[in-house]
Structures are given as structure tokens and as C-alpha cells.
Design a protein around this ligand. Structure first.
Ligand code: SF4
Ligand code: SF4
Ligand code: SF4
Length: 334
């Protein structure tokens, strides 16, 4: 007898697997998922094959949670296939939503990336400088690999997305809440909405208290031990909580780690990196520089921000695929 429950799929493209782990972290609530859904496709957990999905009628999957950004032709093909087969297609996690960590590669050309990964990285032993190609001849025959796309894409850049669930990864409590909402039959949010997060900032969920103090400079995490219960950014640790959408219950500041912004910009229309930079700049003490000339001010700010050793990776850590600075390298094609 065919399984009449709504079909659920979860897929990883250019992904670290953490989004799947987050689903596993809902613990016994996985039985609720199983009760409501026929969990039919998830390469990390289940042995269903691509051909099983191809054999389904279009829109036969009720819900697909698609994590990871699009790095290869295979990622792109799977995004298109699952979009076609799904009624509700969710960009699940920061990589799918806005490129995430893999999209940091967009500041380099593909040739440079392959050269580094296969020829020049310190841990390599590849004197013949062999770089894998899409097609390779080996004694057993011809091997085919998916081709790299010229740049990493957020999923919405390639297929239409019904909802976006941010987070690196989305928090298990938010996953449960979304599953329960769908299972309850309550109306779904408007198409295009963010789900599994709040409209407030991480600061609103954070137990650390602000004392209206400005920091003298931004520190690297190992340069000090933050005082308990006091706002990290006021102590000079680059916490992006005030520019970041809530939903994680301020998980990182709770364990003395600055928020790195994985739930995305609080203002969906703002450039995430610009918002993050503004947040930290506004937390700095201008000191006696009020009224000094522009050059002096720049020198001071550069010094105060010198603890941010990787500005792009700090301010655009999760969002480089879909921002204005994404393709500044002319070798990276749109
Ligand atoms: S969003 Fe984070 S946890 Fe999920 S695949 Fe990307 S890097 Fe991994
Ligand atoms: S800036 Fe960071 S540490 Fe300070 S209140 Fe906001 S989230 Fe908490
Ligand atoms: S505190 Fe920031 S980085 Fe940490 S989980 Fe929450 S949104 Fe993500």
C-alpha cells in the first residue's frame, strides 16, 4: 500500500553536513517528523536514489529542505530537480540562503582556487601538479566529475525559493517549530518569507547587559577573557548581535563567543557586510578625535579595527554570494 503521508526531502549541495546534524539534534521530536511525513529522500541518512526522485510526478514532494550553496553542476542539477518535484521548497541554512562559508571562495577566480587546493597548499604532495578535470581517463575507463560553476550561488539565484530558513545551521528548536506549524495545518506564511527566526535582533535575546560603554578597539577572541554578563561588543569583542536577526536565543554570546551573524542581516534590504561594519564602528570610542581631520579619523579607526584581521570573512561570512561586493574579482564570472 502506498505511503499517503506528505513526502519530505532534505538535500545537501555545497554543504558541511551541519544542517543535517541540526535535524538529527531535534532528538525524539524526529518521531513527530516521521508521524507526519514520509521522509523519503536524504542522502546523508536514507538510501533513496536520485532516480527515485526523477520518477516522481512534478510537485509530488510536499516539502524539500535544501541546504548548501551551489558550487558544482551537480548541485545546480539537484536544485532544479528538487524544485520541480516540490510543492514547498525551502532554502535551509545560511549556505543555501546567501552562499554561506563556501561563497567566500567568490573573492577568487576558479583557477586560483584549484591551484591552491591541489598544488600549493602546505599539506599537499603533488609534484606533478595534477588538477582533477571534469573527465579523466583511468585504466578502468573514463571518469566523470561534476564541473565547478564559475562562482558559488545562493540557491535563490538559480531556482525559485518559497521560504528561507536562516542559521548556520538553523537551530533544532526552530526546525521543530516549523515542522509543527506545517503539521498543524495552520496557514503558511506568505511566499518569500523568512521562517524559523524572529524579527528582532540577537541582542534582544541575549542575557548580557549593556552598560553604555564604548570600546577602545576591537580585539581578537584570544586577546582577552570576556567578563561574564557584560555585553561582548562593549568589551571590544566583535559581536554582530545588534545587526543580526534573532532566533537562536543568542547561543554564541551565552558561551562568551561573539555573534558572527549566521542568522543574517536584521534588515533584509540592507547590505549585510555594511550593517555589520556599522555595528562595530558604532561601538568604538571616538575619543579625542571628535573634530579632528578625516585622515586622522581614518588612522584611528584602522587601528581600532586592526583586531578584525579578515574583514571580508568577518562582515560577509555568510552572505558573500548575494551581495554587492560578491564578484569584485574580474576572473569570477556572473
Ligand atoms: S549553513 Fe552552516 S551548518 Fe548548514 S551546510 Fe552551511 S556551513 Fe554547514
Ligand atoms: S552585542 Fe552581542 S553580547 Fe552584546 S547584547 Fe548584543 S548579542 Fe549580546
Ligand atoms: S549568536 Fe549569531 S552566530 Fe551564534 S547562532 Fe546566533 S545568529 Fe548565529
Amino acid at each position: 500500500m502506498p505511503n499517503e503521508k506528505p513526502k519530505l526531502a532534505m538535500y545537501w549541495a555545497a554543504s558541511c553536513g551541519g544542517c543535517e546534524i541540526s535535524l538529527a539534534n531535534i532528538h525524539e521530536a524526529i518521531f513527530e517528523v516521521d508521524k507526519f511525513f514520509d521522509f523519503m529522500f536524504c542522502p546523508c541518512l536514507l538510501d533513496t536514489k536520485k532516480k527515485d526522485i526523477e520518477a516522481l510526478p512534478d510537485s509530488a514532494l510536499f516539502l524539500t529542505l535544501f541546504n548548501g550553496s551551489l558550487r558544482t553542476s551537480e548541485n545546480l542539477e539537484m536544485a532544479r530537480l528538487l524544485r520541480r518535484k516540490s510543492r514547498i521548497f525551502v532554502a535551509f541554512g545560511s549556505c543555501a540562503a546567501s552562499g554561506g562559508i563556501p561563497a567566500l571562495a567568490n573573492q577568487h577566480g576558479l583557477r586560483d582556487l584549484l591551484e591552491t587546493a591541489f598544488c600549493t597548499a602546505a599539506s599537499l604532495d603533488n609534484p606533478e601538479r595534477i588538477i582533477p578535470g571534469v573527465s579523466s581517463s583511468v585504466p578502468d575507463g573514463e571518469l566523470e566529475l561534476p564541473a565547478f560553476l564559475s562562482r558559488v550561488l545562493a540557491v535563490h539565484e538559480a531556482v525559485s525559493v518559497d521560504y528561507t530558513m536562516p542559521g548556520c545551521p538553523p537551530e533544532p528548536e526552530q526546525i521543530i517549530a516549523v515542522v509543527r506549524h506545517i503539521a498543524s495545518g495552520m496557514p503558511l506564511p506568505q511566499s518569500g518569507s523568512l521562517i524559523g527566526c524572529t524579527d528582532k535582533a540577537v541582542c534582544d535575546e541575549c542575557a548580557r547587559k549593556k552598560r553604555s560603554v564604548l570600546a577602545h578597539k576591537m580585539l581578537r577572541p584570544f586577546e582577552g577573557i570576556p567578563e561574564a554578563e557584560w555585553c561582548l561588543v562593549e568589551q571590544g569583542f566583535g559581536c554582530l548581535g545588534s545587526a543580526t536577526r534573532g532566533g537562536c536565543q543568542a547561543l554564541c554570546p551565552a558561551v562568551a563567543m561573539p555573534c558572527s551573524g549566521c542568522y543574517g542581516s536584521l534588515d533584509r534590504n540592507a547590505d549585510p557586510g555594511a550593517s555589520a561594519l556599522t555595528t562595530l564602528a558604532a561601538a568604538l570610542e571616538p575619543g579625542r578625535l571628535v573634530g579632528s581631520d578625516e585622515e586622522e579619523l581614518h588612522r584611528h579607526l584602522r587601528g581600532a579595527l586592526s583586531g578584525i584581521t579578515d574583514p571580508l570573512g568577518t562582515f560577509y561570512r555568510y552572505s558573500l554570494a548575494s551581495t554587492s561586493v560578491a564578484d569584485r574579482n574580474p576572473e569570477v564570472e556572473r
